[in-house]
Design a protein. Structure first.
Length: 483
């Protein structure tokens, strides 16, 4: 099994011996574990560390873009701000999923065997865990590269094909280095990254506030049906961020088993909600004063010339922070699919695939535009997947047997029927199917059409998947007992 392949390094922790290295010592060593179980003797840390992990992931270019997009969609400033707050409340679900990490001592990619079965979970990880993660990695890398290209050109160097290729590879290499070193490096770096990015964006906020029209409203304000359609679409757009982190247990699994679940939920939610709301709101405020169809160029009109290179560097750093998390989880997902590969190599494989997609999209075709459009539909899949996971945690009262989850044989308590859990599979497929009927993005589903374009894919997918899973597992007939 992939989970049994440790990283080859001197001083790899010995099973049964308490790990006594300091956080700094752990950070500069390649993480030995992949998707295997983390024994109690190697658990360490405090839940407050999760705040900086999720805060750093939200001080980024994409959050600015989303905030600005809400105003461009026709909302008033205050309507946009309300949508941002509601959409970011989905970080509560991300926080809830995080508590399963310490309980199981395993990453999300393994814990979901309890929901889908050993074999069914491989398919789940191939699509939800790996494919979508690599696509997000490529899109974020493309955004970072665009900012880096502008930074390079400010030095007088023309960003030709060779330079662009080099820039993409350098940014990807920095990102993958964090993912390869792993969990301890992430915990070590993300607090200073959060502080640096917060300082830069605070300066941006200072200049944006000076230009903001706090009474902004479009020339023809939306009302009635049109207003609700945009509000729901906006909440879905904002909420897609936290919903994409169905892997949040990956970053909490090293915490001691007895760590307070409330503290884990609180620090995770706080990091994502506060910073996500603040940065999205900054984008909405800026949209009342500058053209946010091109946020980078628009914000440049209100920022002093000396600060623009700093801002561009911050955009690159923020994308590296969010992509390192994506690369780390994608590497675990590739192992969980069943491929026998070390975690470090799986991270590098994911990065290679993402770099290839990015270079193809930036230099050859509009491939990334196509992928971007497709990813608008990911909420159809990610919403139900998040709902099934959250419901399972509640039904089991967050009691997971980590060693049992490692068993991939037919004798595993999570083998179910031929390696597939009927309850989890049917709940996920049912939620996705109904959600797809409600979507209004690249295509209009029949339910959305009947509602004149109101897209209820997110709430309907969440509710249907959760209810189906609860009903199908009632009495414990379709799932392994809580342990």
């Amino acid at each position: 099994m992939a989970s049994t392949i440790p990283e080859q390094q001197s001083g790899t922790p010995v099973p049964g011996r308490k790990e006594d290295r300091t956080p700094s010592e752990r950070a500069v060593r390649v993480e030995a574990h992949g998707i295997d179980h983390i024994p109690d003797t190697e658990r360490h840390g405090h839940p407050r560390q999760l705040f900086s992990v999720w805060a750093a992931a939200n001080v980024n270019y994409l959050s600015l873009v989303i905030g600005g997009a809400l105003v461009l969609m026709g909302l008033t400033l205050w309507q946009a701000l309300a949508v941002i707050v509601v959409g970011n409340l989905f970080w509560l679900l991300t926080g809830l999923l995080s508590i399963s990490g310490p309980a199981a001592g395993a990453p999300s990619e393994v814990i979901t065997r309890a929901m889908y079965g050993v074999r069914g979970n491989r398919v789940n990880n191939a699509i939800v865990g790996w494919l979508i993660s690599v696509c997000y990695f490529a899109l974020n890398l493309s955004a970072a590269a665009t900012a880096a290209f502008a930074l390079v050109e400010k030095t007088g160097v023309t960003a030709g094909t060779g330079v662009k290729t080099a820039v993409v590879i350098v940014v990807a290499a920095l990102t993958l280095a964090i993912g390869v070193y792993g969990h301890a490096m992430i915990m070590k770096l993300y607090l200073p990254i959060t502080l640096v990015l917060t300082a830069v964006f605070a300066v941006v906020a200072f200049y944006v506030f000076g230009k903001t029209d706090f009474s902004y409203a479009p020339a023809e304000p939306l009302t009635g049906h049109d207003l609700w359609a945009v509000v729901i679409a906006g909440i879905t757009l904002v909420g897609s961020g936290p919903l994409s982190y169905t892997t949040s247990a990956d970053f909490s699994r090293y915490l001691p088993r007895a760590t307070s679940a409330k503290a884990i939920v609180g620090w995770t939610t706080l990091g994502g909600f506060l910073v996500g709301t603040a940065v999205c709101s900054l984008g909405a405020l800026a949209a009342t004063a500058v053209d946010m169809t091109d946020p980078q160029a628009g914000l440049a009109t209100v920022l002093p010339d000396w600060f623009e290179p700093v801002f561009l560097l911050a955009l690159v750093l923020g994308t590296i922070a969010i992509n390192a998390l994506t690369a780390y989880s994608a590497g675990l997902a590739l192992q969980a699919v069943g491929i026998r590969i070390r975690r470090t190599r799986s991270v590098l494989a994911d990065g290679t695939a993402a770099v290839s997609l990015t270079l193809y999209g930036l230099l050859v075709s509009d491939f990334l535009d196509t992928v971007s459009n497709v990813l608008q539909l990911t909420v159809v899949l990610l919403g139900p997947a998040m709902a099934v996971y959250a419901t399972d945690i509640l039904l089991r009262r967050n009691r997971y047997d980590g060693p049992a989850l490692m068993d991939e044989s037919p004798q595993s308590p999570f083998w179910y029927r031929a390696g597939v859990s009927p309850a989890g599979t049917l709940a996920l497929l049912g939620g996705v199917a109904v959600s797809a009927l409600c979507v209004d993005t690249l295509y209009t589903g029949p339910i959305a059409a009947a509602l004149d374009g109101i897209d209820l894919a997110l709430p309907v997918g969440l509710v249907v998947a959760a209810l189906l899973y609860a009903v199908l597992t009632r009495g414990g007939k379709s799932q392994a007992p809580a342990t």
